[in-house]
Design a protein around this ligand. Structure first.
Ligand SMILES: [Fe+2]
Ligand SMILES: [Fe+2]
Length: 274
């Protein structure tokens, strides 16, 4: 029987997106079936690759070289769905990576429940975006994508709390800020399947941010650290640049992220010199 860490490495080293998410969803089902049967799968140990395997397409470009398209056109909406698919595939790998990467830090079973559930949901999100792209006659890999997506994982490769601060509590929280605007674009275009898919993503991402915040606070408690101070220090250490307002204060609060966590890290408008 495979350990959870071995399952994670198998997902990470599978290149094709649909195959990666199929494995991810099957392993998540195995994990929860074993938990329900009272015979949990051991977390175990396995060597996580520094970078996950990815398909030959999409071509990965520096964000400055990724062509910008107007969201008002069908091509622009395809580009938007493609960008979200790319984010979701990266999110699948980010969720599985944390399990073998930080397996030396003992965590309660509830942590693995949350992470495996989120990995399963990210896999569903990628598949939903692929379905929408295919409905439009496109597919994941048809356009170039952002090359810098794995950077946050590499930057926090040796810091578990840093990983929680930057990935769920900064990057996934950013998703809560921008998704309502995206839903509006597809609603105006009358694309009801994209609206439904993005609404599923939006609802489930609140949970992912909440898991990040919950386990970040848990580790702060274990190390007797003030969560707000620790969060500010870690984000300033590992995250490049300032956080971008406007923030979705309501959904962030629902996810356990109060304004005094993120506002001090927001980009400031330089004061005019008198
Ligand atoms: Fe997602
Ligand atoms: Fe997520």
């Amino acid at each position: 029987m495979m350990t959870l860490s071995q399952m994670a490495v198998d997902v990470l080293t599978t290149a094709d997106g649909r195959q990666k998410t199929a494995k991810s969803r099957a392993y998540a089902a195995d994990w929860f079936a074993a938990r329900a049967a009272g015979a949990p799968i051991p977390v175990g140990r396995a060597e996580a690759p520094l970078r996950p395997s990815r398909p030959a397409k999409p071509e990965l470009l520096d964000p400055r070289d990724v062509p910008k398209r107007k969201p008002g056109s069908p091509q622009g909406r395809i580009a938007l769905l493609h960008a979200v698919a790319h984010i979701e595939l990266n999110a699948v790998d980010l969720h599985w990576d944390i399990i073998p990467r930080f397996a030396d830090t003992p965590m309660p079973p509830g942590f693995y429940d949350d992470w495996v559930k989120a990995a399963d949901e990210e896999s569903k999100h990628f598949n939903l975006m692929c379905d929408c792209l295919e409905e439009q006659g496109s597919y994941y890999g048809a356009l170039p994508a952002h090359a810098g997506m794995w950077r946050a994982a590499e930057d926090t490769v040796a810091d578990f709390m840093g990983r929680l601060a930057v990935v769920p509590m900064v990057l996934e929280a950013r998703g809560l800020d921008v998704t309502p605007g995206m839903i509006e674009i597809f609603r105006k275009a009358g694309d009801s399947s994209a609206v439904a898919a993005l609404e599923t993503i939006y609802a489930e991402e609140v949970g992912h941010v909440a898991y990040g915040s919950k386990w970040f606070h848990f580790l702060c408690g274990r190390h007797d650290q003030d969560p707000k101070d620790a969060f500010h220090t870690l984000v300033r250490t590992y995250f490049h640049g300032a956080l971008k307002p406007p923030f979705n204060d309501e959904k962030r609060a629902e996810a356990g992220l109060p304004p005094d966590f993120y506002w001090p890290l927001a980009e400031t408008i330089p004061n005019r010199t008198p």
